[in-house]
Design a binder for this molecule. Sequence first.
Ligand code: XMP
Length: 512
Amino acid sequence: RILIIDFGSQVTQLIARRVRESGVYSEIVPFQSAEAAFKEMNPKAVILSGGPASTTEMGSPRAPQIVFEAGIPVLGICYGQQTMCAQLGGEVATSDHKEFGRAFVSVEKSSALFEGCWEQGSKHQVWMSHGDRVVSLPEGFEVIGTSEGAPFAAIADEKRHFYAVQFHPEVVHTPDGAKLIENFTHKIAGCSGDWTMAEYRQQAIKAIRDQVGDKKVICGLSGGVDSSVAAVLIHEAIGDQLTCIYVDHGLMRMGETEQVLSMFRDHYNIPLVHVDASDLFIGQLEGESDPEVKRKTIGKLFIEVFEDEAKKLGGADFLAQGTLYPDVIESVSFTGGPSVTIKSHHNVGGLPERMNMQLVEPLRELFKDEVRDLGRELGLPDSFIGRHPFPGPGLAIRCPGGITREKLDILRQADAIYLDEIRKAGLYDAIWQAFAVLLPVQTVGVMGDGRTYEFVCALRAVTSVDGMTADFYHYDMEFLGRAATRIINEVRGINRVVYDVTSKPPGTIEWE
Ligand code: XMP
């Protein structure tokens, strides 16, 4: 067990994630309550996170002194390094030479922290983000790595097993960072590395039981991976105290609603209310072509329908949500300034306050790929877990202009054929997201000996890591030809297919 003391870095959860990846259990506590947590947990080692404060300021946060007196290994990262030095008798100064982004560390000395990875005399890319820096070391410490802006980029007191780095080993831009953290958890802290998602599942189940007691929980299922994993996990914890509500807005892809219903009802036996609200949604959207109005209409209707259904069920004390860690950080502004709304995202964000319910969010600490692992652990089929992301407002935002049931049907068929071809070509997992868009444009064609005047279908496929930036997928033309021919031949209402070669930015992934 490792205790991570959080000084407010944006990336503290990434430390926890790297520790989990090394097969070791960890808990994050804010620095204010670290002392009590330390005594209760009795950890094998401690990691001090980065943070926005400066140790040179009065009243800046500190690690409880007990951490350094317990005879256990400690790793300080960025602010964690600075406070470690300040607390053990070294000196930190605010420097004019701030370092942000990529830097290179030269390895001055071999160390347990670098074992099997960084040799003396070698140089490695790391990611820095600091204004302050250590200027003199506490007794017992020596420099094991330097960078241009940070002469004390990595320091160690090998005897006491204290290590500290100015750079961030937890981010992917420090390519060997995960290995350094693993060295800390395995070689230095002596943890065995046998902690798995199976144990995460058990802990999460216990936490849900502790939180909910014998009260009722309602979960809004969207058909996506996150809310599904959350629901299955919660059901495992509290059984039929959970009811799921699936608001069917009629904007799902081919066969999707049926798949969700059968999985939850037949396979998992989870109480599920299916609300077919497609007439309401499509009725209100018909004729509306402004993308923001469409998004807001869907968001508003969703909340109204959900609220009604929850009332019919007699209410509940808790609302379950499949919030992931990136959703938590994205809602915090990085710049502190107002950011521009590109699109109004549809989620159930406003629900808990309106309905006076507390939240159960068992995935709050996890990243998307960890949620997928947990889903597999819970027995959700691979085909379901590996699905491409699908936006809350569904096909409505893939049908620019006004929507009708007929257009949605055409789009659904084209999309299904396109995805079928992608799967057949073995490309599904190489693509982050692929879908068809039905354009509100008709063009002239010739089929058989007749003239046609039908809609244009655009195909989209992108690669991405997190959906924030994306590149269009570079298909070979044979593939595109095959998909286009099938769509035009098999879907009545489409006589032309185009491929979208826009990346993000400047485009967004969805068309609306
Ligand atoms: P954009 O179009 O903004 O999409 O580049 C980035 C990712 O987010 C998905 N997306 C949404 N997901 N509610 C969601 O749950 C929404 O309103 C929404 N809009 C876009 C999109 O599919 C892509 O994966």
